[in-house]
Design a protein around this ligand. Structure first.
Ligand code: HEM
Length: 456
């Protein structure tokens, strides 16, 4: 069938790369509104078909997933990230035997038996870092709370993965260098086809940043081993697998790639999510009041326990709604291995398709008033397509850490609201941009006050 899809016209040399650089993720909502649910564009030399309906996502991620095992061959994101985490779980190019084995190994870490200790760990990590806000609460001076949220995500990642502590200097170094690495991945996607962008690439700087991240990961691994190791954290589980003769040997290089990939992938997205959630909540007085009422009712003044997490339902809805509005993984890329058809449109073998999660999350057929922040949308399960909300992707390659991530977000909100009155300094809306993931440009400056409670 000869079907011509609408196309975003771009430059003959580089397609729509210049438009995408530094763009807000709403770029994709505007494109969907203008061109429809399936359209085409060129990203440098690569032709891409954009998919904006939940049924498209279901087709690619579940119904015909066997045809879309590759995350984009050696083009785009995959090529750019390869130098860092070639064989890491999240970047492995296809559902190879190695990927299957690794996924089976890592999955239980975030599963039912381990989720309680992870929850207890999160409560402790969040409480520890909220102490950092006490002096600002005392002085009344405005502070940017972004760095604390990032530090919480780093500590939670490091402690759950390695079972050891990370020093302040190491955490700062990790945060600064991962940002360089993530920005560079995006720049090198642009630079691979758009020579002007190459001038912005500083290979030396990137290599140094990668070396620094790997060095920190190596130090943490050594610290884990020196401390006697433990098979209750993720590194212990990976090391056990490597040492188990009954399975194919995991090389040192592969182990390092896995560790770096899990470390970077997990913490960066988590820190963006809690940052956006607090921003949205603080700028929505009705939702803020409801969240506070829930926290007061469930927790009062006592330290949360694992059992409380399930009761913090509204806080979970706030995180879910945040991930709808600002899904850090705003697109999910796959390559068709064989000829296929989606909604009657032929997809020839080798075609790159991108599921535009951001456009699906704002699609007016699936969400009423999609631009409004309304956590209550998530109160009732069902009633919408299962792929209308896919911040954690879906199918065989869905995020392993969905429950853990929601829990982390819930606890940060709950413990922060329990302890402080938080007032945003600026009324400016969040300003997002698309890179390897979508993330805020601005910090989150607030005034804090220790909460005064009335006597019961
Ligand atoms: C709010 C937080 C998070 C979000 C929104 C998120 C989102 C995602 C998405 C969208 C994917 C699939 C990408 C694709 O299909 O192409 C994914 C995969 C993955 N995520 Fe997460 N993630 C989060 C937190 C974490 C954390 C904390 C970890 C823990 C280390 C983690 C580990 C992974 C791994 C290992 C994969 C690869 C799974 C595979 O390919 O088999 N994620 N995540």
């Amino acid at each position: 069938m000869d079907v011509t899809l609408p196309r975003i016209s771009g430059s003959p040399e580089v397609g729509i790369l210049p438009e995408l650089a530094n763009a807000h993720p709403d770029f994709w909502n505007d494109a969907r509104a203008k061109y429809g649910d399936m359209f085409q564009f060129r990203l440098g030399a690569t032709e891409v078909i954009a998919l904006c309906q939940p049924r498209h996502a279901q087709h690619v991620l579940v119904d015909n997933a066997a045809n879309y095992r590759s995350k984009g061959g050696n083009q785009g994101f995959r090529a750019a990230i390869r130098e860092l985490t070639n064989e890491g779980l999240s970047t492995a190019n296809s559902e190879s035997e190695t990927w299957q084995r690794q996924r089976k190994t890592v999955l239980p870490h975030f599963g039912n038996t381990n989720i309680r200790p992870l929850g207890d760990l999160l409560i402790e990590v969040v409480a520890g870092h909220l102490h950092d806000w006490e002096s600002a609460a005392h002085s009344g001076d405005p502070i940017d709370i972004g760095p604390t949220l990032s530090r919480i995500a780093i500590d939670a990642s490091v402690r759950s993965m390695f079972g050891v502590d990370i020093s302040n200097e190491e955490a700062d170094e990790l945060a600064a260098n991962s940002e360089i690495v993530m920005d560079h991945i995006w720049l090198s996607i642009l630079g691979s086809v758009f020579p002007q962008w190459l001038q912005l690439l500083d290979k030396n700087r990137q290599q140094k940043a990668i070396n620094a991240v790997v060095a920190i990961a190596t130090r943490l691994m050594e610290r884990h081993v020196a401390g006697g190791g433990s098979d209750t954290n993720l590194l212990g589980i990976l090391l056990d697998q490597r040492d188990d003769d009954s399975v194919e040997y995991m090389t040192e290089a592969h182990l390092n790639e896995e560790v770096v990939s899990l470390l970077l992938g997990g913490y960066e997205i988590m820190s963006i999510t809690s940052r956006c959630a607090l921003d949205l909540l603080l700028h929505n007085p009705t939702a803020l009041a409801r969240a506070r009422a829930e926290v007061d009712q469930v927790l009062g003044e006592r330290t949360p326990t694992y059992e409380d997490i399930d009761q913090l339902k509204y806080c979970r809805m706030v995180i879910q709604e945040t991930l709808r509005i600002y899904s850090p993984s705003y697109q999910l890329q796959r390559m068709a291995e064989e000829d296929d058809e989606i909604d009657g449109v032929p997809i020839p073998a080798g075609t790159i398709v991108t599921i535009l999660a951001h456009a699906i999350h704002h699609h007016p057929e699936h969400w009423s008033q999609p631009e409004c922040f309304e956590p209550e949308r998530f109160a009732a399960a069902g009633g919408r397509h299962r792929f209308a909300w896919l911040p954690f992707s879906g199918g065989r390659r869905a995020c392993l850490a969905t429950r853990y991530s929601l829990m982390q977000g819930q606890l940060i909100l709950a413990q922060a609201l329990q302890t402080f009155d938080i007032t945003p300094v600026s009324t400016e809306p969040l300003s997002m941009y698309m890179g390897t993931v979508s993330r805020p440009k601005n910090g989150l400056r607030v005034r804090l006050a220790q909460r005064q409670r009335e006597e019961a």
